[in-house]
Design a protein around this ligand. Structure first.
Ligand code: NAD
Length: 370
């Protein structure tokens, strides 16, 4: 069973009642989601949920996760939290759409993957363009190609306009720009050469990030639960492998969480020996207040939705047939966006995650449509 980063306290604020009452609308209200759509397709076994947190230009965009969930409730909460994160990410990146997310509750076996994703595509199409889907954990560019045979409301499709459909290399490149900003701000250095980065999770993004960092002379320590992924990093980049429990306490310059959400919490923050936390995982802070805990420990935190926005920028550009050089210029801008967040956080004596949310709200909420 895939770990699901669901924190009820985070989703419900401090209200225990919202969790205990089992009232779905109460949760919806707490997260601020506008629509929550469910689809069951008995023929293929598809059970999918689309959460739309905000609408801009008549639409919203967010990836489709296909992972195992312990319950429908956990899946719905995951969709809602991720959709909210997409609103912030879209807003801070100045993309033209609102934020949303789809989750598919992965069954033990998908008998006919084509029929399964065609059923998902019909679901997306029925939403009439309010939701644009994309690749995410557990889905592939080939799945999105299938979806595109049924509905136009999809991105991450292969070889459109000469841009690769996979957002991960663009996310990793944006991470590199973000890490450069962190290093400039915290360590007052322009080069990454000789720094030590500890990466948690070397899947799509973590591996691409490791490759970019290795090429810049960075020393790597990595962990994963996938032995093959680890060996690849050891062989290609000379990375040191550690057990998943050990990654938090590695004495390094940068800790890069690229696996799971909610990994910055009461248990892990006291263990950290990094000067900077900069990773791709969504919803890294188990609770918003942990942003302040990191600040109090003198650790610079790069807000996840700001540093991991390269993939979204690529997905939007692909959908709108924009040019590659425009995409790269927008991703390069992550460097400046992070510096703006860090400077304002220090000026106001506040946590970087809070400042990033404020900036996202300032960018977007004025343009929001219902
Ligand atoms: P992925 O599934 O390819 O990689 C995640 C890796 O983490 C896998 O190799 C997995 O084995 C490993 N992992 C799982 N549990 C672990 C544990 N307990 N300890 C250590 N490693 C563990 O996913 P990805 O596409 O590389 O995305 C990584 C993270 O970044 C996810 O949180 C995702 O939501 C986020 N993200 C991805 C993109 C993108 O473009 N792919 C964009 C934005 C955010």
């Amino acid at each position: 069973m895939a770990a699901v980063d669901v924190s009820y306290e985070e989703i419900t604020g401090s209200s225990k009642n919202a969790y205990e009452s089992d009232d779905l609308f109460q949760l919806i209200e707490h997260v601020g989601v506008r629509d929550l759509h469910f689809k069951h397709d008995p023929e293929t076994g598809l059970k999918a949920i689309v959460a739309i947190h905000s609408i801009k230009s008549g639409s919203s965009l967010g990836g489709c996760r296909c992972i195992e969930y312990p319950s429908t409730r956990a899946a719905a909460i995951d969709a809602m939290r991720l959709a909210r994160g997409m609103t912030y990410k879209s807003a801070i990146s100045n993309t033209p759409y609102g934020g949303s997310k789809a989750v598919i509750m992965k069954p033990a076996e998908i008998r006919d993957r084509a029929a399964f994703f065609e059923a998902f595509a019909r679901f997306v199409h029925e939403l009439g363009g309010r939701y644009i889907t994309a690749k995410d954990s557990g889905t592939t560019v080939a799945d999105m190609d299938l979806v595109s045979t049924i509905t136009p409301y999809v991105t991450s499709v292969s070889s459109k306009n000469g841009i690769d459909g996979d957002p991960s290399p663009f996310t990793a490149y944006g991470m590199l720009k973000g890490i450069e900003a962190c290093v400039k701000y915290k360590l007052n250095r322009d080069s990454l050469d000789g720094l030590h980065v500890a990466i948690q999770g070397v899947g799509y993004v973590g591996y691409d990030l490791a490759k970019l960092l290795h090429a810049r002379g960075v020393r790597l320590t990595v962990t994963d639960i996938d032995e093959k992924a680890l060996r690849r990093c050891e062989e290609e980049f000379g990375a040191v492998i550690v057990h998943p429990n050990e990654i938090y306490s590695i004495a390094c310059d940068i800790f890069a969480p690229c696996a799971l959400g909610a990994i910055l919490n009461d248990k892990t923050i006291p263990q950290l020996r990094a000067k900077i936390v900069a990773g791709s995982a969504n919803n890294q802070l188990a609770l918003e207040r942990y942003g302040l805990a990191l600040r109090d420990r003198g650790i610079l935190y790069a807000p996840d939705f700001a540093i991991n926005s390269g993939g979204l920028i690529q997905a939007v550009a692909l959908y709108r047939n924009e040019k590659t050089d425009e995409i790269m210029a927008n991703i390069d801008f992550i460097y400046h966006r992070l510096l703006e967040i860090f400077e304002r956080a220090d000026r106001e004596g506040r946590a970087t995650n809070k400042v990033a949310i404020d900036i996202a709200k300032e960018h977007t909420l004025a343009h929001e449509e219902r």
